[in-house]
Design a protein around this ligand. Structure first.
Ligand SMILES: Nc1ncnc2c1ncn2[C@@H]1O[C@H](COP(=O)(O)OP(=O)(O)O)[C@@H](O)[C@H]1O
Ligand SMILES: CC(=O)N[C@@H](CCC(=O)OP(=O)(O)O)C(=O)O
Length: 273
């Protein structure tokens, strides 16, 4: 516990890990526990499945390309509404139930996430993903001010579009968590998802990677699919940005953050320089 005293830890809570209320409660109590134990947790949340459900209800079609949602202007309204108005509120409410110090921010607040449209795909070729952004600058002062005031920031991953004032871009939550972790000088980035970690030979469950370097991860990247692509890119970005360790961990297991942080060998997949 002493190892992380006073340190910033960025915890990314994936939409797929928010599967039942008891897990949300366990997550909230772990975050409050860390805060009261002298650690400075920052929560970045996803919500892909929540967005997809709302788009379906509204009869708006959406598809994923290389792990990113192709986002039309109509879909963007829904992304903004669901992340900021639904998922962030549920998380803040759950944490505030245990410790009334959680506060929500959107990447659009006070220049937190500034982005440009993502126009190059994972294969290096041009791609049209609509209103999907890549973060080009992070101004973490709003989050730092919350931390300094003793609060627990909960961040939604919408960014301001640097090329279109007052317009927003949809940012993959793993990538946003990595950019924020680097900008805050976080000691760790922990991403909670709905698998045990990264499988080298997906879906062969004997191939779970427990420990991997950035160089090895780069070699694996071209063979990966869907949701794992941005997660692995995020681990690389975070570690190259100065975060000591980034991990991908099973958010379906209650208290997995604590297992990841406080067991010697970790729990999911740990990425190091
Ligand atoms: N090599 C791999 N190892 C683990 N999971 C993988 C792999 N390739 C694809 N996946 C898929 O990635 C999913 C996690 O990504 P995603 O759905 O975006 O989750 P989250 O909402 O937590 O960000 C897993 O549920 C799994 O289906
Ligand atoms: C560009 C892009 O794909 N944005 C994501 C943002 C939410 C997210 O990343 O949620 P998870 O972490 O639960 O996957 C989306 O629209 O689904």
């Amino acid at each position: 516990m002493q190892r992380y005293h006073g340190q910033i830890l960025v915890i990314k809570f994936g939409g797929n890990a928010m599967v039942d209320p008891s897990l949300l409660e366990a997550f909230a109590s772990d975050i409050a526990f860390l805060r009261y134990a002298g650690v400075r947790p920052v929560v970045v949340h996803g919500g892909g499945p929540h967005i997809s459900r709302m788009l379906d209800r509204l009869d708006i079609r959406s598809e994923f390309r290389g792990g990113y949602r192709v986002t039309t202007p109509e879909a963007m309204e829904v992304v903004r509404m669901v992340l900021g108005g639904q998922v962030a509120r549920e998380l803040v409410a759950a944490i505030n139930d245990v410790a009334p110090i959680a506060t929500a921010s959107s990447g659009e607040d006070a220049g937190l996430f500034q982005a440009r449209r993502k126009t190059i795909g994972n294969d290096g070729r041009p791609v049209d993903l609509g209103l999907v952004g890549e973060i080009v600058a992070v101004d973490p002062r709003v989050v730092k001010a919350d931390i300094a005031a003793g609060r627990i920031p909960v961040v939604s991953t919408i960014a301001s579009d640097l090329d279109a004032p007052r317009h927003a871009l949809n940012i993959n939550a793993d990538r946003a968590a990595a950019a924020l972790a680097a900008a805050l000088g976080a000691a760790r980035l922990v991403m909670l998802t709905d698998v045990a970690g990264l499988y080298a030979d997906w879906p062969n469950t004997d191939s779970l990677v427990s420990d991997i370097s950035v160089a090895e991860l780069r070699e694996l990247l071209p063979s990966l699919e869907s949701g794992m692509i941005p997660k692995v890119q995020a681990c690389i970005e975070a570690v190259e940005g100065g975060v000591e360790q980034a991990s991908i961990t099973d958010g379906r297991v209650p208290h997995s953050i604590l297992l990841e942080l406080f067991t010697h060998e970790g729990f999911g997949t740990m990425v190091h320089p």
